[in-house]
Design a protein around this ligand. Structure first.
Ligand SMILES: Nc1ncnc2c1ncn2[C@@H]1O[C@H](COP(=O)(O)OP(=O)(O)OP(=O)(O)O)[C@@H](O)[C@H]1O
Length: 286
């Protein structure tokens, strides 16, 4: 299907998917059940479509980046994948259940398995609550959904580089970057199967961003959580993901390991993103 992507396959500047030299792996992967499946998603806001036929599959253990120029529709896609916004056409399912209108009895399970950290890191968080309560709420929610958690607030904060003294602070009192990190800690504390991060560390300085990204990646890998990260920061995608999808013109126009995309970008948007990188960064990532 044009614009579709599954792990082990790649789109390189062409509308047609083709194998990425990992056919043996992709056939293995296709034998495991699909987890999050977006099929021919079209969406927008009344004008021309923002998404014009996006299909992708995300499974536990995947680490996928969603790269694209500002305003191309990354957040729109994340919101739709997380079930927070309905597509005009097409659908997103989690093990066959439509995430944007799950049956009432499956709502909690879907929420527990699939977490989103929105671009506005505070969405869904009570800013008046303390950091400790915010993380504990995630443990409680997860337990109610039948998932086991370690109930260790200090460890949850440690993954995002926040010291334990933050526990008594209200979320409201934190800096933008600290709030973003609490939002990630809260999502990870809930032990989801899949985690969607939308521009997760924009308010955090570059050195801390890379450090937190490395720790989050290690935890996600250890727990087998499937990760999708939308960002135009290729350095962040390098730290967090194995494969990157490029979104342009409402579709996934190319995909592959970040180094390959940087070495030989096929789409003009990918080329523009690469050209905007400082030489030293581009050289290191290629
Ligand atoms: N609520 C809305 N009403 C109307 N247009 C919207 C709305 N939300 C987003 N858009 C438009 O849809 C397009 C895609 O927006 P989106 O936020 O998904 O892009 P993005 O790739 O995440 O951008 P950025 O990297 O700047 O965050 C943009 O042109 C945006 O102006």
């Amino acid at each position: 299907m044009p614009g579709s992507w599954t792990p082990g396959r790649t789109l390189r500047g062409s509308e047609r998917p083709r194998a990425a030299g990992r056919d043996d792996e992709s056939s293995d992967m296709s034998s495991t059940p699909a987890v999050l499946q977006a099929t021919d998603v079209h969406a927008g806001y009344g004008g021309p479509p923002v998404l014009d036929g996006v299909s992708l599959t995300l499974r536990p253990g995947d680490a996928v980046g969603l790269l694209g120029r500002s305003g191309v529709g990354k957040s729109t896609l994340v919101e739709i994948l997380g079930g927070h916004q309905r597509p005009w056409q097409g659908q997103v399912t989690l093990d066959g259940v439509n995430v944007s209108k799950p049956p009432l009895r499956q709502k909690k399970a879907i929420k527990a398995r699939l977490r989103t950290v929105h671009q506005n890191g505070l969405a869904g968080i009570d800013a008046q609550r303390t950091v400790e309560k915010t993380i504990q709420d995630a443990f409680t929610e997860a337990r109610k959904a039948g998932r086991s958690t370690n109930n260790d607030v200090e460890a949850a904060l440690g993954v995002v580089g926040l010291p334990v003294r933050f526990v008594t602070r209200t979320v409201q009192s934190l800096s933008g970057g600290e709030r973003q990190r609490v939002a990630i800690a809260r999502a990870l504390a809930a032990k989801p199967d899949l985690l969607l991060l939308d521009e997760p560390l924009t308010a955090v300085d570059q050195a801390m961003r890379e450090e937190v990204a490395a720790d989050v990646r290690a935890l996600v890998r250890a727990d087998g959580i499937g990760l999708l990260v939308a960002s135009h920061d290729v350095r962040l995608l390098d730290r967090l993901t194995d494969t990157v999808l490029v979104l342009a013109e409402g579709r996934i126009v190319e995909s592959g390991p970040l180094g390959d995309l940087l070495r030989a970008p096929q789409h003009e948007d990918t080329r523009a993103l690469v050209e905007a990188l400082p030489d030293a960064v581009a050289g290191r990532l290629r």
